[in-house]
Ligand binder design. Sequence first.
Ligand SMILES: C[S@@+](CC[C@H](N)C(=O)[O-])C[C@H]1O[C@@H](n2cnc3c(N)ncnc32)[C@H](O)[C@@H]1O
Length: 265
Amino acid sequence: MTSQSGTSQTANWEDWTERWDKQQTAYLPVREQRFDVMSTVTTMLRGEDCTILDLACGPGSLSKRFLSLHPRSRSIGIDFDPVLLELAARTIGDVEGRLTLLRADVTDPNWIDLLAGRPVDAVLTTTALHWLTADQLVRLYRQLADVLPPGAVLLNGDHMAFDAHQPTLQRVASTIKEERWSGAFSAEGSEDYDQWWTALENYSDSLPSAERLPFEERRQGAGRHQAVKRRPGLDLHASTLRDAGFAEVGVIWANLDNRLLMAVR
Ligand SMILES: C[S@@+](CC[C@H](N)C(=O)[O-])C[C@H]1O[C@@H](n2cnc3c(N)ncnc32)[C@H](O)[C@@H]1O
């Protein structure tokens, strides 16, 4: 956006993260409740003085809420998208040294090296691991099992479909979800994920060149991914976590096929 005087305006980063939260909530109206449950479970099991790993943190919605609710806690936010990390850095900052943002692709076999010397009590991830293939997920869960200490917790809040032997449950969940989404996006005109990105990318054209850098990196492919054709369902997530060495695995909260899968190391 260019002001009437012709000079480019500084981005109002807060507005874009608010719009992010709004569009994500249009997909999952109980998104805040899911954050709350994750936060409660984590501190119940790991105490207030704990470090979470916000895996695929995006603009940091989860870290922001967790750190403000728990002033003695710390978070490490990891994502591969330079623009979303920039939004997190500009709107949340480092929370007096309590938030560390790192850029990594969690499908890269070596990403886990970033955690060396950074003990983690809980891995929290939301609306993200459905971007991974089954093979990538298996490796990721094994890597996390290897670095987490006994008693640590992993909480994955995401779409995890009912499996092939539950076709009626699958149909019910997808029908209700489609109705919900057509209400939000068609009838009420809520902004969706792609519209949010298009609007932000258009807006970025008017930014001073230093602020355009992450957008240029993204245009060149940073943080881009191939759509996963066959997303792992709940059964695969749960069995993979058990095989990786997590002792207890189960759904602790659900809204249709959006589950909060919990695993204790
Ligand atoms: C729908 S967003 C969710 C972001 C955030 N967790 C939330 O709930 O608002 C999915 C996130 O996963 C990140 N992501 C997907 N694949 C990734 C990968 N292989 N490595 C790191 N981050 C990844 C994306 O960049 C994006 O930030």
